[in-house]
Each structure stands twice: as C-alpha cells, then as structure tokens.
Design a protein around this ligand. Structure first.
Ligand SMILES: [Zn+2]
Length: 117
C-alpha cells in the first residue's frame, strides 16, 4: 500500500487519492524522468570556470587592491615619523608616547605584507 503526500493510504492502482484527489506519483518514474532531463542537457562549464586559479602573490613593496605602492608608503612613513620626531623633540617623549604608539601601529599596517594578486 502506498501513501499519498497528504498521508492517506492509497488502494492499489488508484487513479487519485480518495482524500485529496491528487494523482499519485510513482517515485521511480519521477527519478527516471529526472535522469533523462540531465542526460539531455548539453551544457558544460567553460574553461575559465573550471581552470584552477593562479597562486596568490604577497608583497610588501608592490601595490595591491588593499595596499599602496612603494612611493606612497615611503611618503606616509616620512610624514608620520617626521611629525612624531618633531613632537618628541618639542614636547619630550613622555607627552608624545601615545603618538609614538599610533605611529608604530601605522607603520606596521603600512609595511605589512599584503596579497597583491
Ligand atoms: Zn491525498
């Protein structure tokens, strides 16, 4: 005895469910139809989709989507270290200590290796 999707038991070779009048579906026929559909499909992915991606390139010196090039990094370094040094000479290291920490963090973020490709 099969059962309908509504939960009712179907008599043998019933044309429809006596409760919800839905025509019973044979699971094996449905699976065969699905396999037929996939056999008829002729699409195959293009080479660009299946080709392995190039290995990533990391660099400290080259510019990438998330990092500046060498010239900008040098400019950032000279300006921020220069301002910090001027501050330390003018006000002493004690008062410039937070600024020195900020400069160190900026230098770390600027010169860390980033993925460029
Ligand atoms: Zn039913």
């Amino acid at each position: 005895m099969e059962s309908c999707s509504c939960g009712a038991l179907l008599p043998e070779n019933a044309a429809w469910c006596p409760i919800c009048f839905k025509a019973p579906v044979d699971g094996d026929d449905l699976l065969d139809e699905l396999h037929d559909t996939f056999r008829k499909t002729t699409w195959s992915p293009s080479e660009a989709l299946t080709a392995p991606s190039a290995p990533p390139v990391h660099s400290r010196w080259q510019s990438g989507p998330r990092s500046f090039g060498l010239r900008v990094k040098l400019a950032i370094s000279f300006v921020s270290i220069g301002i910090t040094a001027l501050g330390a000479m003018s006000f002493g290291f004690f008062f410039v200590a937070p600024w020195i920490i900020a400069t160190a963090l900026l230098m770390y973020a600027t010169w860390t290796r980033e993925r460029v490709r």
